[in-house]
Design a protein. Structure first.
Length: 331
């Protein structure tokens, strides 16, 4: 056989051998695949996923915070179980959740971002969008879907007045949903001090009903406004007027009737809210400024305490609290 033909014959033989081995390997893998039981995919952890957009125009809201809080007995837990920030498409995903119900809140962040120049117009990247909270049920398998089309928020200017109609200073103001929404985080509306003009301004408000609450800096007294409804892209003017107060002279006594100092003397209204606080000195005397109505006066001195109830009218009143008994009556 000529050398050239011999080389060609050997090459063909080698190629045929390789092809045969590949064919056998393919048949073997196919047989193993057919006979072996199919492996189950690993279960996926519960998750929530979706998008945050502007309800007007549907544009994505980038860099929004989305957080989920476990719902227990119908109310959202104070501490979020998971949080995420939306991407450039407004998308987010919350992983690592246990099965159950969650209150999920989307909040537009407000960085000092420059406007976007588009179609010859400078568009704001922050639109004062109102946050939104929805309830989402989470189980295993595919992520629960929760999309948030955010509306432009409302605004409110709150003025706090004395009983005589003068503007107050140095107090704190917040807004509360009326009635309270147990799913909504308590920190959505911040606590703000009154400015030099005796006002506090709020924005990014949902189209809901609120009351404004003014509180003294020491937290001892508070007053609320009439309910008002915030409207998208509109300003609400709200007034909180402190009720007229009247002197309530308190005398604390021990079991033997002698004067007793008290660490705290507190007046509580029918709603269970503290309306005034004071301390009683060695002479056992303290004076509170309280509004009209039925009040419970509670005095404490170390491990001893006593209380009494009194209906306050338009004049000064006197009451005795016995620290040696669980309850005493006004004198």
């Amino acid at each position: 056989m000529k050398p050239a033909l011999l080389v060609a014959f050997v090459a063909a033989l080698v190629a045929s051998s390789h092809a045969h081995r590949r064919h056998v390997a393919r048949r073997t893998r196919s047989h193993q695949s057919a006979s072996a039981p199919a492996s189950k995919p690993a279960p996926r952890e519960p998750a929530i996923a979706g998008r945050v957009t502007r309800s007007f125009g549907g544009m994505a809201v980038e860099n929004a915070i989305v957080r989920a809080s476990v719902v227990v007995d119908g109310a959202a837990a104070a501490k979020p179980a998971a949080s995420a920030v939306t991407d450039a498409y407004g998308a987010y995903r919350l992983d690592g959740l246990a099965p159950g119900r969650y209150a999920v809140t989307a909040i537009e962040q407000r960085p000092n971002a420059p406007p976007i120049h588009m179609a010859g117009i400078d568009w704001k990247t922050v639109d004062d969008l109102a946050p939104k909270t929805i309830a989402v049920d989470v189980a295993g398998g595919a992520p629960a879907s929760a999309d948030f089309p955010l509306d432009q928020g409302g605004r409110a200017t709150v003025t706090v007045l004395t009983p005589e109609g003068k503007r107050e200073r140095g107090q704190l103001v917040t807004l509360e949903r009326s009635p309270l929404d147990p799913l909504e985080p308590r920190d959505l509306v911040p606590l703000r001090p009154l400015d030099e003009g005796g006002q506090a301004k709020f924005d990014q408000l949902e189209a809901e009903t609120y009351v404004a609450r003014a509180t003294t800096s020491d937290g001892s007294r508070s007053a609320v406004s009439e309910p008002f409804r915030a409207e998208s892209n509109r300003e609400s003017t709200v007034v909180v007027r402190w009720p007229a107060t009247h002197p309530l002279r308190v005398r604390c006594v021990g079991a033997d009737g002698s004067a007793a100092a008290a660490d705290s003397v507190v007046a509580v209204n029918d709603a269970g809210r503290t309306v005034a606080t004071a301390r009683a000195g060695a002479d056992g005397r303290a004076e509170l400024k309280v509004p009209r109505g039925k009040l419970k006066i509670v005095a404490r001195a170390g491990t001893r305490s006593g209380s009494t109830e009194i209906a306050v009218g338009d004049a000064a009143a006197d009451v005795v609290v016995n620290l040696g008994a669980s309850d005493s009556r006004p004198k």
